[in-house]
Design a binder for this molecule. Sequence first.
Ligand code: FAD
Length: 673
Amino acid sequence: MVSNNKQAKNILVIGGGAAGMMAAIAAASAGGKVTLFEKNEKLGKKLYITGKGRCNVTNACDPEDFFANIVRNPRFMYSSFKLCSNDMLMALLESYGVPLKTERGNRVFPVSDHSSDIIRALADELKRQNVRVCLNYEVKGLLLEDNSAEASAARRCVGVIGRDGKKHYFDHVIVATGGLSYPSTGSTGDGLRFAEKAGLKVNACLPSLVPFEVAEPVCRTLSGLSLKNVAVRLMADAKEIYSGFGEMLFTHFGVSGPLILSASAAATEYLAKGQKLTLHIDLKPALSEKQLNDKLIRMLTEGASKSLKNALGSVLPVRLLLAVLDAAGLDPEKKCSLVSKQERLDFIQKLKDFTLTVTSTRGFAEAVITRGGVDVKNISPTTMMVKGVEGLSFAGEVLDVDALTGGFNLQIAWSTGFAAGTYAASEENASSERKPKEKGKKQKERVKMNIQIAIDGPAGAGKSTIAKQLAKKLDILYVDTGAMYRAVALYLLENEVDIDDEASVTRICRNAKLDLSQEKDGQHVFLNGRDVNPFIRTPRVSDATSRSSAYAGVREYVVASQREIAKNISLIMDGRDIGTVVLPDATLKIYLTADPKVRAKRRYDEMIARGDEADLETILQEIKERDHRDMTREVTPLRQAEDAVCVDTSYMSIEEVVDTIYGLCMERVDKGK
Ligand SMILES: Cc1cc2nc3c(=O)[nH]c(=O)nc-3n(C[C@H](O)[C@H](O)[C@H](O)COP(=O)(O)OP(=O)(O)OC[C@H]3O[C@@H](n4cnc5c(N)ncnc54)[C@H](O)[C@@H]3O)c2cc1C
């Protein structure tokens, strides 16, 4: 958690749902002075009805599974989930005195099965953290200051205006007003309107995890009938867009139940465009057509004198049996002995594929979740702050992120709320010390203070990609160490040194004075004051480089030169022992790492993209072996320097990693290191 000793920031959270309560707790525990405005008469009205009143707080799955269950913008969730993961959420709730249990499908609930226990625990924590909670207080709009006089300055949110017209000023406002689903709980899309007014893009909102309306009147007849263990496939013309197994329910308008809600996550966009979908229900998924045929032959023979309706009573509930017989064109009163083979096969076909035409979803009033919302491109995935509007963050369902059922949607609210609160409290400049944020040029001037960034870490963690992008962002030199070895080799060739004579090479290379500079087209290497960039890429130099750089004396000399250069110029270097050996006094040391499986997948993807053959398992094995070798080698084994910051990139995008290191760098610069 981030805390600071500066003057406490005055933070407002709008909305007392899952995201808002978590944001307020996180902001207060990170040192903020926090107020929460909730328009309802109590906190957590929607939380109360979650999980049929039991509140499926999260899902105890692996991170990969968590992201796989997010339908819209899973990558956006990488950073905030890392900050507040499902494990952390569970530990947090248990520390608040709510014991939890994990059920089928890793769904986590309070042991008491009462969502009210979750709400009570959060409300108690808000009290403990001295959050000022104002109920029955509706926010009407944001107070935005347009610093248009300052061409470079961003806009700023300075507070909110209440329903009573009163203006309230804050250093930072977090909008956690939910989406549009179940508006009776208070989620009426206010935050979406605030976002639009602030100039943010809001993506079209659709109900998701929502029942289907169906064309066939048979649903009305079957209304109230619940089916367990059925399989469904949802088709858009010939394309299967969903398949699943579970429980569904017939209603007076169509179909509902957990399986249908999950299917709806794949269907909303199609239906919104007016496309009809077909729902294919396998009423007997455990039996093959052959097994069903054998079973029916037996039943029809044993009940030869009975009507179909009476003989097949154990196959399906009677209302459904009548509907399936009807769909197969069979008279329920027909005597079993008179049923032809084709009629039997038609009946089996309908049992395996009872088809309904889905015409639309139900509305927001019955939707578990809102698809769409504030476009995440507007929002920093790490801090939840709005890009281009200072003092403003969004969290929870108001964002265009949604997931399948199973506790994932609440985890989105917890993670984004936690990130928003944590970073709002630690953001620079409380109101009393407000000043326009430094923009690019100024920031780069700050970095003109001498700064060295060392990026270490295991193979495949993305060191060079990150280092190059960061160098660009900071406008400092990314050191291409290979070019320095090439310059040494050029010197040796120009002075006709026998490259096979290690002693001579080691002695004479020391006369090659190396320097680097950052030019528009990248790094230039200077050899005894001469720019040798144009001469170091020839095949002859390449050959001499690979032979001479094998000598320990040459490597020592180049490393010493790198250290010398780093005294005078801001730079970034990456490698496996940069922080420990080459730049032990670097301003900022980063140990970049990632789960071996993730590194293997990245390498695999690269190879496939290049058109190479690749085997994921082999690559993973190689990476593990290389890690082991690097960590146990006698000379400079791979290890994290004690003063290095470890950045695990497993679930971060390149942009997020660059932003994170950039932020750390700015902190160091500000501390005057
Ligand atoms: C029936 C149902 C069951 C669900 N079950 C589960 C489940 O078991 N597990 C799961 O993971 N997810 C579940 N969900 C989804 C989950 O509840 C939501 O994703 C989550 O609650 C969103 O949290 P939020 O804080 O972003 O928004 P909300 O919970 O909607 O909270 C927003 C709050 O902001 C307040 N507000 C809005 N506008 C203003 C304003 N202008 N001024 C002041 N206050 C305002 C509202 O009154 C509300 O209290 C369920 C949803 C429904 C509808």
